[in-house]
Design a protein around this ligand. Structure first.
Ligand code: ATP
Length: 500
């Protein structure tokens, strides 16, 4: 992140060169209002502001009004002014406001309105298409490691508390990454509120605060995981691969010294219901780090810039939470359609660009597990080396794998009955069944046995349930066959042993 002085200079240049709308993407409205005030003073400009709670305020005006009235009031008197607009996100739904702002921006752009700029202070969610041409976007970014340490030192001086020892300062700088200055100040204030000190005993509180922020963002979800690799039947190649990467993560400093790169992540693609999500969850347990799930549906916003803003926030929060596993579920939903050129494809392409650059340059301990069903619509760049460390293809479980899946699910619910079940017969009867189908059969057969007041689950209960059910490979036959062909052509690594 730039220093405040550099930022003032940058904004000063935009003010001088008559940029019609300067949009500062920030949550720290108060801080930036002051900063713009200082820039305006340096440039001998007057400031006017509008916010929902404060209405319109300038040197000679003070009225509680909505944005439309405020703009109509001040429109003819904007020359020589910097007009700061806050709380814009709720206002840009209104076409009459967009139209007024566009008109002012046009007047500035063609030179009819001299020495005037509109400054929007808001977290980036909304830039309507009509205004896009006139907007210069400033992303305020987050503090880097050195800046965080500097902020912690300043905080300690301001609050009369001892500076953390170097080791703890490093830990603190890592755990406060991805947070804004105000958020850092708030966490530090909370941390010293009990004993006036900053030390290791504050770490649980700092972690808890960060979890809250992740929740508040609404884009990422922290998932509690119980599943381990032992809960996955089959997929031995994938499981071995994940175990190796987990070992590197556990000894990452040693590994880096040895000349290894930090593992970036894996794309697990393939048949539905075959354990892809299960593998993402089990990865988190194996790596022994938290699991964050990125909800692509929530990421895609309806305004220009909204999705990218969300993606940036998601990436920062992920980095801030590292070490962690970032699970991107249904990757194809987010990035499909890039080649189609249809509506929204421009946004998707930019979003995709942000994601690729991050994947390419990432050197944090955020391990990405992306899962996808249909990869035929995914852009080929995503599958080039350098993005994911490996791409695995998950097929329908083979005989030996179905046996393991059966064992796992029977053991979970009726361990006492496992020895009496003729697994071979059930395996033979479940050709073409996926893991989720098999789990469903075990669940249903146990329910039937219970309702029939049987003392034990028997092979016949499972076989009777299989008789009544249709596996996914039957109900989705054509699309699954097409999918299989695509994967075979791509020659991805097989998640299962060849003779699974
Ligand atoms: P989708 O593509 O439809 O999201 P998926 O491949 O992610 O499917 P999962 O969500 O992992 O499939 O599987 C659903 C459930 O089926 C799992 O929670 C698990 O109980 C069971 N299951 C699937 N595959 C396996 C497996 N290989 N071993 C054990 N259980 C499995």
């Amino acid at each position: 992140m730039q220093s405040q002085e550099d930022l003032k200079k940058e904004i000063g240049r935009y003010v001088d060169s008559g940029m019609p709308i300067i949009y500062i993407d920030t949550l720290e409205i108060g801080m930036y209002r002051n900063l713009i005030g200082e820039v305006a003073k340096r440039k001998h400009r007057e400031c006017a502001t509008w916010s929902l709670h404060g209405g319109l305020r300038s040197a000679d005006l003070s009225m509680n009004s909505d944005l439309l009235t405020a703009v109509q009031t001040i429109e003819s008197d904007l020359e020589g002014k910097v007009f700061i607009i806050e709380d814009i996100n709720s206002q840009l739904e209104r076409p009459e406001i967009i139209s007024h702002l566009r008109h002012i921006a046009e007047e500035i752009a063609v030179g009819n309105l001299a020495e005037c700029n509109l400054v929007i202070l808001a977290p980036l969610q909304t830039i309507p298409r009509e205004l896009e041409l006139y907007v210069t976007l400033i992303s305020t970014g987050y503090l880097d490691g050195e800046q965080i340490k500097e902020r912690v030192r300043e905080f300690c001086q301001e609050n009369d508390c001892t500076e953390p020892v170097p080791d703890f300062m490093e830990t603190l700088a890592t755990s406060l990454r991805g947070l804004t200055e105000t958020e850092i100040d708030n966490i530090l204030a909370l941390a010293i509120s009990d004993d006036g000190r900053l030390d290791m005993s504050d770490m649980p509180l700092i972690r808890k605060q960060k979890q809250q922020m992740i929740k508040k963002s609404g884009i990422l979800e922290m998932i509690n995981v119980k599943e381990t690799l032992a809960d996955i039947g089959g997929l031995e190649n994938l499981k071995n691969w994940l175990s190796k990467k987990a070992d590197i993560y556990a000894r990452v400093n040693e590994a880096k010294k040895y000349g290894l790169d930090i593992p970036k992540g894996v794309l697990i693609a393939g048949m539905p219901g075959c354990g892809k999500s299960l593998a993402a969850k089990a990865a988190s347990k194996t790596f022994d780090i938290p699991l964050l799930r990125m909800d692509m549906g929530r990421l895609m916003g309806k305004y220009v810039g909204e999705s990218e803003g969300n993606m940036r926030r998601a990436i920062h929060l992920t980095e801030a939470s590292s070490p962690c596993v970032l699970w991107i579920d249904e990757l194809e939903k987010a990035f499909a359609g890039i080649q189609s050129g249809g509506t929204g494809s421009e946004v998707t392409t930019r979003l995709f660009g942000n994601f690729l650059t991050w994947m390419q340059e990432k050197d944090s301990m955020a391990f990405v597990v992306a899962t996808a069903n249909d990869i035929s619509k995914l852009p080929p760049e995503l599958m080039r080396k350098g993005r994911f460390d490996e791409i695995f293809y998950v097929d329908m479980p083979k005989d030996e794998e179905r046996k393991k899946i059966l064992e796992i699910h029977i053991k979970k619910r009726r361990p006492q009955d496992l020895a009496n079940i003729d697994l071979r017969k059930v395996v033979d009867a479940t050709k073409g069944y996926c893991g989720a189908d098999i789990e469903g059969i075990v669940r249903e057969a146990i329910e039937e046995a219970f309702v029939a007041k049987k003392e034990h689950l028997e092979t016949a209960d499972l076989l009777a349930t299989i008789e009544r059910t249709h596996p996914i490979s039957e109900t989705m036959k054509d699309s699954l066959q097409a999918m299989k062909k695509t994967y075979e052509n791509k020659k991805f690594a097989n998640a299962s042993l060849e003779r699974g």
